[in-house]
Ligand binder design. Structure first.
Ligand SMILES: [Zn+2]
Length: 320
């Protein structure tokens, strides 16, 4: 590093992030079947700034066909301690910017500025080596007996982070693919399972990002509740039923039969179920629904199903 560079990341100004948001995140590469291999990144000031930095990094440092492989080698495998920050800020420009090779890609927890391993990291590695030898002598050389106990990751804890071991307090994962970046967010509808849900389908390398759409997609996953998911599912069932009803020539009592068939794996209370939604859309009590459906023409039944879906989830099922 040159003397004009600042070692500690500057406070970010201008990004409209929620207060108190932990800045740590995980950067990762996919490992097949939904798995990933990741490292801790301490300075990750929100989805927009972090995504932008990663996109810029792939623009200036990992831009060839071999870009992803080189990113994996450098960002994931060469630095088991994880990252304080990626890129660097200068005294002229306090925003952290990506660096071209061969400058260091950022500041990690396992190496010092001159590239030699940090004393703390050497100590941890020596301890792991001693555990490996002991485990070998006892005929128990499994990884679990060698690696540090627990799934701790974060400042100073060398740890490969996988889907099953995302540390508490981290709610964003930046997955780097060959074609672009995918942001996964801790899903508000599954607060206890630690499930992460993709917020943005694709942020292709080489494109500008739209801050508003990134922020709103991330916020939407964070703010989801189990009721939101049930509502979306019921709306989907109503629409599927409308589609099937349109496709088959049959008696109109079939509406409820089809609804029941489509809902048989749905484990939500009846008062939140498709029949109740249908009755609500018709402005009736559920007990009046069968008679009402009997009086409707096929087209009117389909219309009612779509209307009920739209009331539940207008974003996915817009009103006709
Ligand atoms: Zn390192």
């Amino acid at each position: 590093m040159t003397s004009s560079e600042i070692h500690t990341p500057p406070a970010t100004a201008g990004e409209s992030e929620p207060q108190q948001e932990p800045s740590g995140a995980v950067i990762a590469i996919p490992a097949g079947g939904g798995a990933f291999r990741g490292r801790y990144l301490d300075h990750a000031p929100g989805p927009v700034a972090t995504a932008r930095l990663l996109l810029e990094l792939f623009g200036v440092r990992y831009r060839s066909r071999e870009g992803l492989r080189r990113a994996a080698a450098e960002l994931i495998y060469a630095h088991p301690g994880g990252w304080r920050h990626l890129g660097a800020a200068t005294s002229k420009d306090r925003e952290i910017r990506p660096r071209r090779a061969p400058a260091p890609v950022g500041a990690c927890y396992c190496h010092q500025d001159d590239g030699t391993p940090s004393p703390a990291y050497i100590e941890a590695a020596l301890a792991a080596h001693a555990r490996a030898e002991t485990a070998h002598l006892h005929g128990n050389a499994s990884a679990a007996s060698v690696l540090p106990p627990g799934t701790s990751a974060g400042p100073g804890h060398p740890a490969l982070i996988t889907r099953g071991s995302v540390p508490e307090g981290i709610d964003l994962i930046y997955l780097m693919y060959r074609d672009g970046l995918l942001i996964e967010v801790r899903d508000g509808a599954h607060p206890d399972s630690g499930r992460f849900t993709p917020a943005i389908v694709e942020l292709p390398w080489g494109n500008e990002i739209d801050p508003v759409s990134v922020e709103s997609a991330v916020a939407a996953v964070r703010a989801r509740t189990p009721a939101d998911i049930a509502r979306a599912k019921v709306a989907e069932i109503l629409t599927e039923t409308a589609d099937r009803l349109r496709a088959i020539p049959a008696h109109h009592d079939l509406v409820l039969h089809l609804l029941a068939g489509n809902s048989r794996f749905l484990s939500i209370p009846r008062e939140h179920g498709p029949e109740t939604a249908l009755a609500r859309a018709a402005g009736l009590h559920t007990s009046e629904l069968p008679g009402h459906l009997h009086r409707l023409e096929r087209g009117e039944q389909i219309q009612l199903l779509r209307q009920a879906a739209s009331l539940l989830n207008p974003a996915t099922h817009p009103a006709l």
